[in-house]
Design a protein around this ligand. Structure first.
Ligand code: NAD
Length: 440
C-alpha cells in the first residue's frame, strides 16, 4: 500500500443535514439491504468491480472486497431537518419508496428523529421551518459541534462523516468573509448573513476532523476558508451536487460525441419534478444555484475554445419546472442539435423518466463510505477523485474540473489502486503485443 490505511473498525456514523427525499431513500434503502430485502443497485462501492493487473490476470474483485470500507451493518444514522418528522414519516411524505418497503424498516426509520436545524429562511424561502436552533452563526456552529459529539458518544461510534442532503440554497458567490479561515471565524461571531447555513454544518464538521461531502449545488465547502480548515484538521471534503438524472445522461453522452468529433450547436434541456426539491427550486434565486451547477458540464467536456468549429456556437439552455403530480419521478427532455460529416445536421432526443432520489441515494452512500475511507487513508482537503459522483466537481483552486464521467471513473479507480498499492492502469496495452513478439 502507498499509505497506511487504518482499518474500518467499529461503527461509522453518517450524519445528514436534510432528512428529505434523498436522505430517507438512502437510509431506508441501506436498512432494507441489511435485512436482505433489496439490493444496493447503483452503488459502485457495493455492486461495482474493479480490474486489477493485466487483462490476462482476470482479477476483478468487488470494490468493497478490495478497499477496506465500512460495512453497511456498522452504519448508524442521524441528521438534522427544519421539519420535525422522523425518517419514517419523512420517507412516507417523500413518496419515493413504496409504503410496503418502508413498513418493513419502519422501526429503524422511526427511531431516527431530526435534530434541530441550523437554518436561515433567506436561504430557502419556500420552506416553513419549525425545528430550528436559535443563536448567532457562531452559536449555531457550537451547537452543531455538540450535536456531532453527542451523537458519536451516545452511539459508541468510532468515526463520523457528514453528507449535505439539505435543500439547495439561494445563489451566492464566495465573498470576502469566505476568503480565509480567520475572516470566516470572525464572520461567525458577527453573525454575517453571507455565511450560509450549509457552511455552518461544514465548519462544525471540519473543526472536529469529520469529513464533509456536499450533495447540493451551493458552494458550502468550496470556499477558501473551509478548504484551509480542511487542510489544518486533515479532513477530506468533496462537492458539489449529486450527479443524477439529466446531467448524468449529459456527461455520459457528451464525451461520446466529442470522442467522435461530432459537432454540437444546441442542447436544450427541460425537466419537470414535483418533490420538495422542486418546490425549493421554484424560487428563482434557488434555481440559479442549480442552473450554474448544471451549465458548466458541457463547456468542460466540449472545450469550445479548443474546438471552435465543432462547439464554438453551442447554445445550452436548462429549465426546471415544478410540477407536483410527478412527485419525485422527474421527467426530463433533451433536444440535441448535432452535425456530422460536411456539416450535415442531425438531432438526438432523450426523454428520461427517472426517479431522482433512486439515482441519488447510492451516490450519497458511496460519498459517505469513500470520505470515511479517505480520512483513514490520510487524505485531506479536496477529494477530486470523487468528482465521478458530482455535477459540479470541486477541484484545487484554479484547476479546471473534469466532467467526463469515464475519465472521472478512471481517476477514481486509479486512486483506489494507488492507495492499495496496485499498478495504475493506463490502457496502453502494448505490453500484450510486445510479449507476443518475444514468444515468437
Ligand atoms: N434528488 C436528486 O436526485 C438530487 C440530485 C442532485 C442534487 N440533489 C440535491 O440534494 C438535496 C436534497 O434533495 P432532496 O430531493 O432530498 O430534497 P428535499 O427537499 O426532499 O430534502 C431536503 C431537506 O433539507 C431540509 N433542509 C433545508 N435546509 C436545511 C438546513 N439548513 N438544515 C437542515 N435541513 C435543511 C429540508 O427541510 C428538506 O427536508 C437538494 O439540495 C437537491 O438539490 C438532489
Amino acid at each position: 500500500m502507498k499509505s497506511t490505511i487504518k482499518p474500518a473498525e467499529g461503527k461509522l456514523g453518517i450524519l445528514l443535514p436534510g432528512l428529505g427525499a434523498v436522505a430517507t431513500t438512502l437510509i431506508a434503502g441501506v436498512e432494507a439491504v441489511k435485512k436482505g430485502i433489496s439490493q444496493p443497485i447503483g452503488s459502485l462501492t457495493q455492486m461495482g468491480t474493479i480490474r486489477l493487473g493485466k487483462r490476462t490476470e482476470n482479477r476483478r474483485p468487488k470494490v468493497k472486497d478490495f478497499v477496506p470500507l465500512a460495512d453497511l451493518n456498522d452504519i448508524v444514522w442521524g441528521g438534522w431537518d427544519v421539519y420535525e418528522d422522523n425518517v419514517y414519516e419523512s420517507a412516507m411524505n417523500a413518496k419515493v419508496l413504496e409504503p410496503g418497503l418502508l413498513y418493513s424498516v419502519k422501526e429503524e426509520l422511526e427511531a431516527i428523529k431530526p435534530m434541530k436545524a441550523a437554518f436561515d429562511q433567506n436561504y430557502a424561502k419556500n420552506l416553513t421551518a419549525t425545528n430550528v436552533k436559535t443563536g448567532t452563526r457562531y452559536e449555531l456552529a457550537q451547537q452543531v459541534m455538540e450535536d456531532i459529539q453527542n451523537f458519536k458518544e451516545n452511539n459508541g461510534l468510532d468515526r463520523v462523516v457528514l453528507v449535505w442532503c439539505g435543500s439547495t440554497e439561494i445563489y451566492y458567490e464566495a465573498s470576502d468573509v469566505h476568503s480565509s479561515l480567520e475572516k470566516f471565524e470572525q464572520g461567525l461571531i458577527n453573525d454575517d448573513k453571507l455565511i450560509a447555513p450549509s457552511m455552518i454544518y461544514a465548519y462544525a464538521a471540519l473543526k472536529l476532523g469529520v469529513p464533509f461531502a456536499n450533495g447540493a449545488p451551493n458552494l458550502t465547502v468550496d470556499i477558501p476558508a473551509l478548504i484551509e480548515l480542511a487542510r489544518i484538521t486533515e479532513t477530506p471534503i468533496a462537492g458539489k451536487d449529486f450527479k443524477t438524472g439529466q446531467t448524468l445522461m449529459k456527461t455520459i453522452l457528451a464525451p461520446g460525441l466529442a470522442a467522435r468529433s461530432l459537432g454540437v450547436n444546441g442542447w436544450f434541456s427541460t425537466n419537470i419534478l414535483g418533490n420538495r426539491d422542486g418546490l425549493v427550486l421554484d424560487d428563482p434565486d434557488n434555481f440559479k444555484t442549480k442552473e450554474v451547477s448544471k451549465l458548466g458540464v458541457l463547456e468542460d467536456i466540449f472545450k469550445p475554445e479548443d474546438n471552435p468549429e465543432l462547439y464554438g456556437d453551442i447554445f445550452h439552455k436548462i429549465r426546471i419546472n415544478y410540477y407536483p403530480p410527478h412527485g419525485d419521478n422527474k421527467e426530463s427532455w433533451d433536444n440535441i442539435d448535432i452535425f456530422g460529416w460536411l456539416g450535415y445536421k442531425m438531432q438526438i432526443k432523450i426523454n428520461f423518466l427517472c426517479r431522482d432520489s433512486i439515482l441519488a441515494a447510492p451516490i450519497a452512500l458511496d460519498l459517505a463510505l469513500f470520505s470515511d475511507f479517505a480520512k483513514r487513508a490520510g487524505m485531506s482537503g479536496v477529494q477530486e477523485w470523487l468528482s465521478f459522483y458530482l455535477k459540479s466537481p470541486q477541484t484545487a483552486p484554479g484547476l479546471p474540473a473534469e466532467n467526463d464521467i469515464f475519465k472521472q471513473l478512471i481517476k477514481l479507480e486509479n486512486t483506489l489502486r494507488y492507495l492499495m498499492g496496485e499498478d495504475l492502469i493506463t490502457h496502453l496495452g502494448l505490453d500484450y503485443y510486445e510479449e507476443l513478439v518475444e514468444v515468437k
